[in-house]
Design a protein around this ligand. Structure first.
Ligand code: ADP
Ligand code: MG
Length: 165
């Protein structure tokens, strides 16, 4: 039941000074930051991170191209977030992919208002501040892409008993 998932603060979140705010959203819910780094992401890293066939199937080749352009050589913060059913819970904290649709109280719903129509007209990715793994298979795959085994740490938080019982 305790899961680990991969979260990225995307270039728009870094540029807007929202790294701390975004990490806090997870920390304050009792989730644990088990790995953390800031990197300028080369093309091959982004091409591995986003599964080409999956994005093309669900969204189209144009979205793949926009993602590659929007994230390659940009600065992102990568983290491994751990907690009870963390994979789906972290997605909930992030909110819907399209910030216009994301409810207030979520990261995307509180700090962005981009929409698909606007992004398509401007030929840019939807600026939605964060990435979070979509399921257990992706979480495992993505964590391995961004972190070496010894970069993910186990430790106890002082408030852990209150979150885990
Ligand atoms: P999520 O990040 O919520 O898992 P997806 O995996 O469906 O969403 O898409 C990956 C990323 O591609 C999104 O976070 C968003 O930045 C971008 N994106 C998705 N759909 C579009 C679109 N129609 N136009 C532009 N960018 C998009
Ligand atoms: Mg996704």
């Amino acid at each position: 039941m305790i899961e680990r998932t991969l979260v990225l603060v995307k270039p728009d979140g870094v540029a807007r000074g929202l790294i701390g705010e975004i990490i806090s959203r997870f920390e304050q819910r009792g989730l644990k930051i088990a790995g953390l780094k800031i990197v300028r992401a080369p093309e091959e890293l982004i091409a591995k991170h986003y599964d080409h066939d999956d994005i093309v199937k669900r969204k189209g080749e144009f979205v793949w191209k926009k993602l590659m352009k929007g994230l390659t050589n940009q600065i992102v913060v990568a983290m491994v977030v751990e907690g009870i059913e963390a994979i789906s819970f972290v997605r909930k904290i992030c909110g819907d992919t399209e910030p216009r649709a994301a409810p207030p109280g979520t990261i995307r719903g509180d700090f962005a208002h981009h929409g698909y129509a606007y992004a398509d007209a401007k030929n840019i990715p939807v600026n939605n501040l964060v990435h979070a793994s979509s399921d257990a298979k992706d979480a495992e795959r993505e964590i391995k892409i961004w972190f070496k085994k010894d970069e993910i740490l186990s430790y106890k938080r002082a408030d852990e008993a209150w979150h885990y019982g």
